[in-house]
Design a protein around this ligand. Structure first.
Ligand code: ADP
Ligand code: ASP
Ligand code: MG
Length: 473
């Protein structure tokens, strides 16, 4: 049996003709070692945002604005096609695909404009267009360089539920579909260039796996095809001690355990989607995070799960931040010892689909504090007021308070927080920068600690903690 490599290239990696050419070189190099190669790609960088902005304008009644976006999308892709492709035949083919998709975008925007609203299903149809265009460009360029490449729509491979905008794969069906479509291609040495981000329901409606979901698509396909390796290729040298955009002295982590990278990705480090890690975990697939633009440079290998409570190597590894959060506090003396308040609180949050990102509660149970993305905060407050209207009347609960513009800063590192030393240094470092810590929470396995700070303190907090991490390495 041949070994399969799945490589995923993100938006920046396919963001210009020059970048796409770099991707082509990487694929050619990988082909020398791997006879069976599946490539998953994102939309050209910025395109998914543009598509969604067009749909939003149309839903607000600005059809002209949406058509301007169509023009911009067309020009952006046409520029890459002109600079990258040389053969008239390939150019004409890809341009005809582009025309079709831009027309589809205009029709969808018109429908949204007429209806005056964009449903999650319509948004998925719109936002999937970026990947549906980019695969044609890359496959055409590969064919020009004598690589037998074929663009593949992942809606024919990844079967999902109908939870539009964050759909979940049906792994059994996906396995069957992917193997039926892709294995015969691989046996003929064809390189499938697969759209990231997209799936489809049983009835054929296009779904997306959530923003940044191309990593997840690559993980799903790696599992379905029983691949030996999965490479997530991006625009930095692997997983680093922090986002290099915040601290220029960030360093690549040579290795990171599955559970550590899941914590890091879930806590806001954009470098890889947490669901991509979740799906490949326990599947015996070697996972690497690499830099498309620096293939010989440092990279990160993701190692099996380590037991963070017993590990001897206690070290803070990385720090990250989740932005645009709100803190919600429920307080009242009548809450003391009353059973079920916490359950009712989080039930109310779940009813409005709010993802609770941090929880803290005092032992006296007189207050519950939690964080949610700011975008849903007002809905949560309304739902809490509805849920506890009796307790408000009786003054058992005095107030639901909200603090917007907060950020959750999380440090990850195996077993680290079993040692009090780091925790002490952490708060000293924040204190020295005059950062007010609004709340604290520790991961249950001792692999992470989070502090909530105000938005204005984000960079200062991340840099202060990062200095500690780099100093301890
Ligand atoms: P892609 O388009 O390839 O999926 P993303 O933009 O989604 O790439 O993710 C890569 C970006 O993640 C990097 O450019 C970097 O700024 C950011 N990032 C945030 N935290 C980290 C981290 N700890 N290590 C590496 N990159 C990080
Ligand atoms: N293009 C999609 C996004 O921008 C998916 C991805 O890039 O991973 O969210
Ligand atoms: Mg990404």
């Amino acid at each position: 049996m041949h070994k399969i490599l799945v490589i995923k290239f993100g938006g920046t990696s396919v963001g210009s003709a020059e970048a796409m050419q770099q991707v082509v070189s990487q694929i050619q190099i990988a082909r020398q070692k791997w006879s069976q190669l599946v490539v998953v790609i994102s939309a050209v960088s910025g395109v998914t945002d543009l598509l969604l902005s067009g749909a939003r304008l149309a839903s607000l009644g600005d059809e002209e604005g949406a058509y301007k976006v169509a023009h911009e999308l067309d020009a952006k892709h046409r520029r890459i096609i002109c600079e990258l492709l040389q053969s008239t035949k390939e150019k004409q083919f890809v341009e005809s695909r582009l025309d079709t998709h831009i027309q589809e975008f205009r029709s969808l925007c018109h429908a949204i404009y007429v209806l005056g609203e964009a449903s999650p299903r319509a948004l998925d149809a719109v936002s999937s267009l970026g990947e549906r265009i980019s695969v044609h460009i890359l496959a055409a360029r590969l064919r020009e360089t004598h690589c037998d490449a074929r663009s593949v729509l992942s809606s024919t491979l990844i079967r999902t539920d109908s939870y539009f905008q964050a759909a979940n794969p049906d792994m059994d069906m996906t396995r069957e579909l992917s193997r039926t479509h892709l294995l015969p291609m691989l046996e003929q040495q064809i390189v499938p260039i697969v759209t990231g981000f997209i799936g489809s329901t049983e009835s054929g409606a296009i779904t997306t796996l959530g923003r940044g979901g191309s990593d997840y698509s690559a993980g799903i396909l790696a599992v379905a095809l029983e691949a030996s390796e999965l490479w997530i290729c991006t625009d930095v040298d692997g997983v680093m001690t922090t986002d290099p955009r915040i601290a220029s002295n960030a360093k690549t982590l040579g290795t990171i355990a599955h559970n550590e990278i899941v914590e890091l990705a879930s806590a806001g480090a954009q470098v890889v989607h947490p669901k991509a890690i979740g799906v490949v975990m326990n599947h015996n697939i070697d996972l690497w995070i690499r830099n498309t633009f620096n293939p010989e440079g440092s990279a990160t290998q993701v190692l099996p799960v380590i037991d963070v409570s017993t590990t001897q190597k206690r070290r803070a590894k990385a720090v990250t931040a989740v932005r645009s959060q709100s803190l919600i506090m429920l307080e009242g003396r009548g809450m003391l010892g009353v059973q079920g308040i916490a359950a009712r609180t989080f039930d109310a949050a779940a009813r409005v689909s709010a993802n609770v990102t941090l929880i803290a509660q005092t032992s006296s149970e007189q207050s519950i504090l939690f964080a949610v993305p700011s975008i849903v905060a007002s809905k949560v407050v309304l739902e809490l007021e509805r849920e506890f209207y009796r307790e408000f009347e009786w003054n058992d609960i005095e107030a639901v308070k909200v603090q917007d513009n907060v950020v959750i800063v999380t440090v990850i590192g195996s077993g680290l927080f079993a040692t009090s030393e780091f925790v002490g240094r952490l708060f000293t470092a924040l204190g020295e920068k005059n950062v007010d810590v609004l709340s604290i929470s520790q991961g249950t396995t001792g692999g992470s600690i989070s502090v909530v700070v105000s938005k204005a303190d984000t960079e200062n907090s991340v840099r202060a903690i990062h200095e500690l991490i780099v100093g301890m390495a």
